[in-house]
Design a binder for this molecule. Structure first.
Ligand code: FAD
Length: 461
C-alpha cells in the first residue's frame, strides 16, 4: 500500500511508512527522506543514502511533518556515536534507528530546538526574534544576563555615514527598521529614536578629502549625506568652535535612541532565554547554532580574528537645558560628544585604551576638546565613567554567516553592532531557515581573512 505525502510542495508516492528524520544537530539542516519502511523486527530503519532526500530548513521540515500526517516517523539519529556532522555522515553511510513520534509532538513539544542562539546581546536577540517571528523554535543561551556585554553599554547611536558600500547597506536597511522601531518592536514605552544628525569634522585637507570620498560612497548607496563648510557646520551645531576647521560631513538622518536599553529589551521580549555558560556548541540540542557571543565568540568558534578593544565613555548628570543636539565627532582630535534624550551629555576620548588608571588624562583630554570645539559645554562636568568593549576584527567589519555545517556566526561588530543588528538578523534568519544567502555573506564571511579579501571600514568612531 502506498501513502501519499507532500514533500517540498510536491506529492509523492511512497512505501508504507513515510519517514522524515532529523539529526539531533545536523548543523542547520534537516535531512528529509522518503521511501523507508519498518523492517520485520519492528525496528524502523532507513538507508539514507539510498533514497531521495534533500536538505531542508528545519521549519520546512516541520511543515512537512504536519503535512505528512501522524504516522510519520521521526528519527533523532540517537546512538550514532556523535552529533552534527558526524551524525549526518553516519546516516549517509549506514542505517539510523528511528523513533516513532507523533507528528504534532515533534512540531510542538520535542526537546530539540530548530535554532540555538548563543549570546543575549542586541545581535543574538535580534536574530532570535527574527527566527521566532518566522516560526522557528529558538532559544537564546546567555551566560550572564540580557545585555550584559557591549549591548548594555552602548548609548544607542544609529548612523548611515560609512566609508564602504557594505557598511552603508547594512546600516541603511537597519536605519529604515529603526526609523519605525516602535511599530516593529511594540515596546511598552516609546523607544524614542531621534534624528539629531551626525557631524564629522575635518581639521585638515586630508581628512576632508577622506570624508568627501566617503560621502561619495554614501550617496551612491542612497544616503543623503553631504560635505559642509565650516560656517555651515556652525549653523548645524550652534556654538561650535570653528577655528581650524576645514569643513565636515553631515547626515541629518543619523540619530540616537532615547532608550537604547529599551531597544535591547524589546528585542528580548517573548523569547526563550536560558541562563547557561555555553562551553562547547555540542551542549546545544538544536538543528542549527548561531554564535553571537561578542568578544567571546572565538572561544566557541576558534580561529576567528576577533579581539577585545577597551572603550570608555564619560557622562554628565542629566541637564534640563538642551545644549548639543547633533553628535559631533572629530577623528583627528579623537573626540565625540552628544547630549542624550535624558539630558546627560556623553563625551569620549576615542583614543582611550588600556589601564583605567589613565582616567584623569582621558578626562583632561575631553575637557580640552570641549573647550576647543564645544565651548557651550565648558561648565558641564562628567562624574560618570563607563567602560565597555568593542569586539574588533582586522577590517572593522563583522563576521557573518556559516562557519561549519549548521554553525553560523554573527560577531566582530567593531563598535557598530547595535545599529546594524536588524539587517544582520534578517540576513542570518534567511540563511539559517531558508538557505538563502544574501550577497553580504559572500563579502563578510569568515574566510575573507585567510583569502586576503578584507573590506577595511575607514569611517569609525
Ligand atoms: C562604549 C561603547 C559604545 C558603543 N556605541 C555604539 C553605538 O552608538 N552604536 C552602535 O551601533 N554600537 C555601539 N557600540 C557597539 C555595540 O555595543 C556592539 O557592537 C553590540 O552591542 C554587539 O552586540 P552583540 O550582541 O554582538 O554582543 P554583546 O552585547 O557583547 O553580547 C554578547 C553576549 O554573549 C554572551 N556570551 C558570551 N560568551 C558566552 C557563552 N560562552 N555562553 C553564553 N553566553 C555568552 C555575553 O554574556 C553577552 O551577553 C558601542 C560599544 C561600546 C563598548
Amino acid at each position: 500500500m502506498c501513502a501519499k505525502v507532500h514533500r517540498l510542495g510536491c506529492d509523492q508516492e511512497v512505501t508504507p511508512t513515510s519517514v522524515v528524520y532529523q539529526t539531533r544537530r545536523s548543523k542547520g539542516h534537516v535531512c528529509a527522506g522518503l521511501d523507508a519502511a519498518a523492517d520485520r523486527d519492528g525496528q524502523h530503519r532507513v538507508a539514507a543514502g539510498a533514497w531521495p532526500r534533500r536538505r531542508l530548513g528545519s521549519v520546512d521540515a516541520r511543515k512537512h511533518l504536519a503535512l505528512a500526517g501522524s504516522s510519520v516517523l521521526v528519527g533523532c539519529a540517537r546512538g550514532l556515536g556523535g552529533q552534527g556532522r558526524n551524525a549526518t555522515r553516519w546516516i549517509t553511510h549506514g542505517y539510523a534507528s528511528l523513533r516513532r513520534w507523533d507528528c504534532h509532538d515533534a512540531a510542538v513539544s520535542g526537546s530539540s530546538l530548530d535554532v540555538a542562539v548563543v549570546g543575549a546581546g542586541v545581535v543574538g536577540l535580534a536574530i532570535a526574534r527574527e527566527l521566532a517571528r518566522r516560526g522557528a523554535r529558538v532559544a537564546v543561551f546567555e551566560r550572564s544576563g540580557i545585555g550584559s556585554g557591549a549591548s548594555g553599554v552602548q548609548p544607542g547611536g544609529v548612523r548611515r555615514q560609512w566609508g564602504t558600500p557594505i557598511a552603508c547597506r547594512l546600516a541603511g536597511e537597519s536605519a529604515d527598521f529603526y526609523a519605525e522601531a516602535d511599530e516593529h518592536l511594540r515596546p511598552s514605552v516609546s523607544l524614542g529614536f531621534r534624528r539629531c544628525g551626525y557631524l564629522f569634522l575635518a581639521h585638515g585637507e586630508e581628512t576632508l578629502a577622506r570624508l568627501t570620498a566617503n560621502v561619495g560612497v554614501q550617496n551612491k548607496a542612497g544616503v543623503p549625506s553631504r560635505i559642509v563648510t565650516a560656517s555651515e557646520a556652525a549653523e548645524l551645531v550652534p556654538g561650535l568652535g570653528v577655528e581650524g576647521i576645514f569643513g565636515g560631513a553631515w547626515c541629518a538622518e543619523d540619530g540616537y535612541f532615547d532608550r537604547p536599553q529599551g531597544v535591547v529589551e524589546a528585542f528580548a521580549t517573548g523569547l526563550d532565554i536560558r541562563i547557561q555558560d555555553v562551553l562547547s556548541l555540542d551542549e546545544l540540542d538544536a538543528g542549527s547554532v548561531v554564535v553571537a557571543a561578542g568578544a567571546e565568540t572565538p572561544r566557541l568558534v576558534p580561529g576567528l580574528p576577533i579581539v577585545r578593544e577597551d572603550r570608555y565613555l564619560f557622562y554628565s548628570e542629566p541637564i534640563a537645558e538642551r545644549l548639543l543636539e547633533p553628535l559631533v565627532i572629530s577623528a583627528e582630535r579623537h573626540f565625540a560628544a552628544k547630549q542624550l534624550g535624558n539630558g546627560r551629555v556623553l563625551a569620549s576620548d576615542l583614543a582611550a585604551r588600556g589601564d583605567e588608571a589613565q582616567q584623569p588624562q582621558w578626562r583632561a583630554h575631553v575637557k580640552a576638546m570641549v573647550e576647543e570645539l564645544l565651548p557651550v559645554l565648558t561648565y558641564v562636568s562628567f562624574p560618570l565613567f563607563v567602560r565597555g568593549e568593542y569586539d574588533t576584527t582586522p577590517d572593522h567589519q563583522p563576521i557573518l554567516g556559516q562557519v561549519d555545517e549548521g554553525v553560523y556566526v554573527a560577531a566582530g561588530f567593531s563598535g557598530h553592532g547595535f545599529m546594524i543588528a536588524p539587517a544582520v538578523a534578517r540576513i542570518l534568519a534567511d540563511v539559517v531557515l531558508d538557505g538563502e544567502s544574501d550577497p553580504v555573506l559572500a563579502v563578510l564571511d569568515a574566510g575573507r581573512f585567510a583569502d586576503n579579501r578584507l573590506v577595511p571600514e575607514p569611517q569609525l568612531v
